[in-house]
Design a protein around this ligand. Sequence first.
Ligand SMILES: Cc1cc2nc3c(=O)[nH]c(=O)nc-3n(C[C@H](O)[C@H](O)[C@H](O)COP(=O)(O)OP(=O)(O)OC[C@H]3O[C@@H](n4cnc5c(N)ncnc54)[C@H](O)[C@@H]3O)c2cc1C
Length: 387
Amino acid sequence: MQHRLSPDDAAFQQKMREFFTSKVPQDLRDRWAAGGEPDPDDIRTAQRILNAEGLAVPHWPVEYGGSDWSMLQRHIYLQEMQAASVPPPLAFNANMVGPVIAAFGSTEQKDRFLPPTANLDIWWCQGFSEPDAGSDLASLRTTAVRDGDEWVVNGQKTWTTLGQHADWIFALVRTDPDAPKKQMGISFLLIEMSTPGVDIRPIQLIDGGHEVNEVFFDNVRVPADQLVGEVNKGWDYAKFLLGNERVGVAPVGSIKRKLAEAKEHAGSVQTDTGTLLDDPLLAARIAELEAQVMALELTVLRVAANSREGKPDPASSTLKLRGSQLQQDVLELIVDIAGPAGLAWGDDSWTGLAAPTYLNFRKASIYGGSNEVQRQVISSGILGLKG
Ligand SMILES: Cc1cc2nc3c(=O)[nH]c(=O)nc-3n(C[C@H](O)[C@H](O)[C@H](O)COP(=O)(O)OP(=O)(O)OC[C@H]3O[C@@H](n4cnc5c(N)ncnc54)[C@H](O)[C@@H]3O)c2cc1C
């Protein structure tokens, strides 16, 4: 199969490649490529370099720093960013709360929050999930009760990624416990993490790292003008946000880079007859993964091209599913290539990082909506099957 970019798109690709590889410092990109726990300063630095060039939030409305790019150009941008190991703009800011505020927020909220959100002067975290409200998100129990000009928030969120670095949290809260359907009594609230009564506690993960947290709210008083859109309409905004979240989770460029690294590592491991890359079984495994990544890449393009008016194609669930599976397959391959050397984990060598990275990315099939739930969306929403 042959696919060639038009001269304009090829020039765009070249421009992106040059920018990412020359304007974002090499040492920062090397740290990102190596994996392990991300340095928040690197994430901030990279986003600000991108934002200064108008490249942090290209999918936002143009008046708030977006670009009028085609879907193909957005795809090229992401691919080149991932290929150059540039930390992507913080997803909570760029893909989640930013588009929600731009689409549903008041003019005051847009002016107040969008510029610092694009520039990562505000670091956002996502306060949706709770104990017993993950896949069944509408069961959430954190309440917000109106008292004068404020909302009083009580409850608990969990799995709050990078919340330890966050300045603000966007949270779903129950504002009408008596609504006829549980989806109808939920609102979308912006809360400053330094507000009295907000307590954040770390959760230690299997790879030894700390990237998720629990967040507790004890009589937290939130100014009423920090509620986005209309009271009790938060579920609609959450659905809009989750659709965007899924589109962003088929990291084709990163998977390709990791696969290329896997090949390089295989070529560096000596065997009796040459290197691991000469092993026909391993070579076949790599070739099969390469073919599957190419199929995913073409599917990403098709789905992106079908997205209309900010509404993601329901097929975005296939991207979430396939993207996370392939990412995990490639990381498993790297563990296998590392072999016994991978047992001595914890140092910064590729063999030392192989096992913790593999374990860390087990998360990819759970967050952003678990893969079982994506399969249900695909079976009913795309294939039309009734359960
Ligand atoms: C590393 C990580 C980071 C996260 N970061 C954030 C964050 O920053 N902010 C945030 O709000 N949330 C975050 N999450 C939460 C994430 O969105 C939820 O974990 C996810 O939605 C699953 O919910 P749950 O953990 O409650 O599992 P459950 O919903 O209890 O599911 C348990 C199991 O049952 C399966 N299951 C559930 N319902 C169905 C069904 N209807 N049909 C078939 N199978 C089903 C699931 O697939 C899963 O295997 C994060 C999660 C992880 C792991």
